[in-house]
Each structure stands twice: as structure tokens, then as C-alpha cells.
Design a protein around this ligand. Structure first.
Ligand code: SAM
Length: 294
């Protein structure tokens, strides 16, 4: 997974050519994506201090709460005050934007002669009866059949014990980002996450709609290992910067594995070692050919 110093984000165009984007991962890219369902992808609670951003410089709700609470006991430090103001400002902007979007939606519905309240009531009924879920699955099956690409992606989350808590938080954010970007893509791919357990799973479980609303939208996740989830080894290619095989064309019959690691380049060679241990083909994305690395 991307850590700003080692793994730039990669996009895949409709011709299956790999491209790196010059947009280096930043905290703002990992902000929760707006979903079509109210509250979906929003963090439910801040049980364990997981913020809305994987970036170390960003403020989390947990940090802001700490700053607010400590105000009753001891004076806030300059830093805490700054964090609190930044958090409050961000929340205000978010609230205003949500209200504006709601207004715009309502205005459009009125202009189109639609009854939004009735539509909402019917949608709630469909969700309750399970019909909504079925319809969504059918829609996605159709969408995947007509997509230009049919290769698959799997994020292998078997490295959790090697990561620090903050890095795990960043990994969970990046999985959310991948799901959300794939869902909105014109050419979505089948996307799975293997060995999903422990803290990574716990953090994703704080996201409203995970996993119930994710599965069925070309997404699957399991605590099963990579080879338990994808049993045909000949179809697997482990992506690693340490491979000698340069990947310049994506094969529709393959599943490309990405190591679910955020390590700030600390764990050198960990992915290729895992691929060798499993006896899997490896490939390197030609990131250096498209992006100037500092
Ligand atoms: C943060 S990197 C992990 C770096 C780690 N030190 C290692 O040895 O792989 C997370 C994942 O991004 C993918 N990745 C990063 N750069 C890549 C490249 N140039 N080509 C292919 N995959 C890459 C790999 O799957 C890797 O496991």
C-alpha cells in the first residue's frame, strides 16, 4: 500500500496499461468518500481514536476531543487549541457542504417533479425486505460484465504483526479509498482483501456499511489467507518493487496481489520474500518510468 516515500498510487486505464499518477498520496486523498447511502463510509464512532485521515499531520476526532476535554482540567496548550480550532472548522465546513448537497438534491427533485419523501420510504422498504440488496447485486453483475477489464486485485493483509498502530490505521484508510475509488470507477475491477483480521478488520468495522454494503459491489473480504481465497496459483501475480519482471500490460485472466503494508520502507524485501515462499509469479509496476522519485 502506498506510503508517501515508497509507493505512489497507480491508476489503470481502460486499455489495461499501467500508469502512475503524479498525485502523491496525502491525507486528504484518504478522507472518507461520500457514499450514496446516508452515513455510509462515515466513521461510526471514534472508539479507538481512529481519525478521518491516515496522515500523521492531520487531526483526528480523538485528538480534538482530547483537546476539548482537557480544557476543563488544565489550560489548553497552543498546539491543542490549534488542533481544536482546525477540527471545529473542518466539521463546520463538512456540515455546510452536506446541507448544500441536500438542498441541491431537493431542488432538483422538485424541478423533475419527483416526490423525494415517497422515494425514500420505498427505498427503506426495499432495504428492509432484502430486495434492495438483490437489486444492487444484479446491477453490479451487469456492470462487471460490461466492464472493459476483468483482471482482479487482492490486497494481502497478512503483515499486520509487522506494522505499528498508526500504520495499520493508514492501511485501513487506504482499503476504504480503494473500495470507494473502484466503486465509482467507469471500469471497476473485482477487488478482494485476504487475511483481514485483527486491528485492520476492527478499524474497518467502524465504517458504517462495512462489509454488508461493500460485498456484492465487486468486493469480497475474508480472514482466509491469500491462497485459501484464491486457490489457483497460476493465476496469481504478486506485485513488488523488488521483482525483475516489469509489468507493462495487465492480463485479464490474472489476479494481481498488493501487499497490505504501510511500512515507510522499513521492511525491505518483505513482499518478494512472501511471494517466493508461496511460489508465486512476481511483477514490478514501472512507477519510476512515469514518476520522478525524490
Ligand atoms: C508500502 S509497499 C511495501 C514495501 C515493502 N517494504 C516491500 O518490501 O514490499 C506496499 C505494497 O505496494 C506494492 N508496490 C509498491 N511499489 C511497487 C512497485 N514498484 N511495483 C509493484 N508493486 C509495488 C507491493 O505490493 C507492496 O507490497
Amino acid at each position: 500500500m502506498s506510503s508517501s516515500d515508497s509507493c505512489p498510487p497507480v491508476t489503470i486505464d481502460s486499455n489495461n496499461e499501467t500508469k502512475t499518477t503524479s498525485k502523491i498520496s496525502s491525507g486528504t486523498e484518504h478522507l472518507p468518500q461520500k457514499d450514496e447511502k446516508k452515513g455510509t463510509n462515515d466513521i461510526k464512532t471514534e472508539k479507538d481514536g481512529v481519525g478521518t485521515d491516515g496522515d500523521s499531520s492531520s487531526i483526528t476526532k480523538g485528538q480534538a476531543d482530547g483537546a476539548i476535554q482537557s480544557g476543563t482540567e488544565k489550560p489548553l496548550s497552543k498546539n491543542q487549541l490549534k488542533k481544536r480550532r482546525r477540527y471545529e472548522k473542518a466539521m463546520e465546513v463538512k456540515k455546510r457542504r452536506k446541507e448544500q448537497e441536500k438542498e441541491a438534491k431537493r431542488a432538483k427533485a422538485i424541478a423533475d417533479g419527483r416526490d423525494l419523501d415517497e422515494e425514500r420510504r420505498l427505498q427503506a422498504e426495499r432495504e428492509k425486505s432484502g430486495e434492495g440488496h438483490k437489486r444492487r447485486e444484479e446491477l453490479w453483475l451487469k456492470r462487471m460484465k460490461t466492464a472493459d477489464t476483468s483482471f482482479k486485485i487482492c490486497i494481502d493483509c497478512s503483515f499486520e504483526s509487522e506494522m505499528q498502530r498508526k500504520e495499520i490505521g493508514s492501511l485501513a484508510q487506504q482499503i476504504r479509498y480503494c473500495y470507494s475509488a473502484n466503486k465509482r470507477s467507469k471500469n471497476p475491477v473485482y477487488f478482494s482483501v485476504s487475511s483481514l483480521s485483527g486491528e485492520t478488520h476492527k478499524q474497518l468495522s467502524n465504517v458504517a456499511g462495512f462489509p454488508d454494503q461493500w460485498v456484492g459491489r465487486a468486493f469480497d473480504c475474508s480472514e482466509k489467507s491469500l491462497l485459501e481465497m484464491h486457490t489457483d496459483k497460476s493465476k496469481l501475480v504478486y506485485l513488488t518493487a523488488d521483482s525483475e519482471n516489469i509489468l507493462d500490460h495487465l492480463d485479464d485472466s490474472k489476479t494481481y496481489i498488493i501487499g497490505g503494508i504501510v511500512d515507510r520502507n522499513r521492511l525491505k524485501g518483505i513482499t518478494i520474500a512472501k511471494a517466493k515462499e508461496l511460489g508465486l509469479e512476481t511483477a514490478k509496476l514501472p512507477i519510476g518510468s512515469y514518476l520522478e522519485m525524490f
